[in-house]
Design a protein around this ligand. Sequence first.
Ligand SMILES: Nc1ncnc2c1ncn2[C@@H]1O[C@H](COP(=O)(O)OP(=O)(O)OP(=O)(O)O)[C@@H](O)[C@H]1O
Length: 292
Amino acid sequence: MAQQLIVCESLVRIYQTGSIEVQALQGLDLMVDSGEMVAVVGASGSGKSTLLSILAGIDAPTAGRARVGEWDLLAMSRTDRVRYRRQTVGFVRQQTASNLVPYLTARQVVDLPMAAAGVKARARQARGGELLAALGVADCADRRPAQMSGGQQQRVAIAVALANQPRVLLADEPTGELDTATSAQVFEALRQVNREFGVTVVVVTHDPQVSGQVARTVAIRDGRTSSEVLRRTATAENGDTHVIAEEYAVMDRAGRVQIPREYREALALTRRVRLALEPDHVTIRPDIEAQS
Ligand SMILES: Nc1ncnc2c1ncn2[C@@H]1O[C@H](COP(=O)(O)OP(=O)(O)OP(=O)(O)O)[C@@H](O)[C@H]1O
C-alpha cells in the first residue's frame, strides 16, 4: 500500500470575527497517498480554501489532527512553518497575477524560492530551465507576467511552486480565471507533473470537466468530507476502454457516515434508524415505531 502523505482527522477551523464565529471546517477527514492526485470540490463557502490554506501552512487549524509527511501542522513553530512552506509544499493560487511578480521574468521568479532555500546559482539555473521547459513555457523565460497569456502565467506559477521539489503541490482553483481550452492545458500540466515528478497534487476546483479527469474526487460539504468519487479505466472484451466512476460515502474513524438528504427524505429516515449486519453489507431501515 502507498504511504499516506496527508492525514487530516476531525479537522476543525473556527474563524472569530468580533462576536461572530464561523466554523469553516467542522471535523474534516482526508487521507491522501504519496503520489496521488486528488480534486477537491464543494459549494462556495464549504471550506475548500480553508483546507488548502491549512495544508499550505498559511493558516493553522483550531483543533483535530493534520499531518503532512513528518510535519504536525498543529504543533509547528514559526521557524518550522517557514521551512515547511519553503520545502514541503508548493502553492498555486487562482489569481494568475498573484502567483508571479510583475517586474520579474519567468526565469527570475522561478529562481526566487531556490535562492531563499540557499541553492547554489548553477543548480538554480539548471533546475529553473528544466522546469520551464517541462511545463512548455521555456519561450517565456525572459518575459514578465504582462507579456504572457493567463495559461502561460499559471504554468510558470506551477514551475515556481515546484522549484524546491516539494512533496505536495496545492492548487486553489488554478483554472478559475481561464477559458475552457486554456484551463484544459493548465490542468494537463498539473497531471503531467504528478505523473513525471511523482509530486502529490491536491487541486480545488469548481469545474466538473477538471474533476472528471482525476482518479479521485473528494466532495466537501459544510466543512466535512461528504463523499468521494473514484474513477478507474476498464477494458471491455472487444478491447474498448471506458471510465467507471463510483461514488463512496466517507466514514470517519469513529464509524460515522452521513446519509445523503435525498435518501433520508425518500425513506423518511429521521432521528433513529435500524442497522443490521448482513454477510457482505449493512442495511439501514426506518424506525418503525416512529412511523406507526
Ligand atoms: N479569514 C476568515 N475570517 C472569517 N471567516 C472566514 C475566513 N476565511 C473563510 N471564512 C469563512 O469560512 C467558510 C469557508 O470558507 P472557504 O473560503 O474555505 O470556502 P470555499 O469552499 O473555499 O469557498 P469558495 O468556493 O467560495 O472559495 C465561509 O463561511 C467563509 O466565509
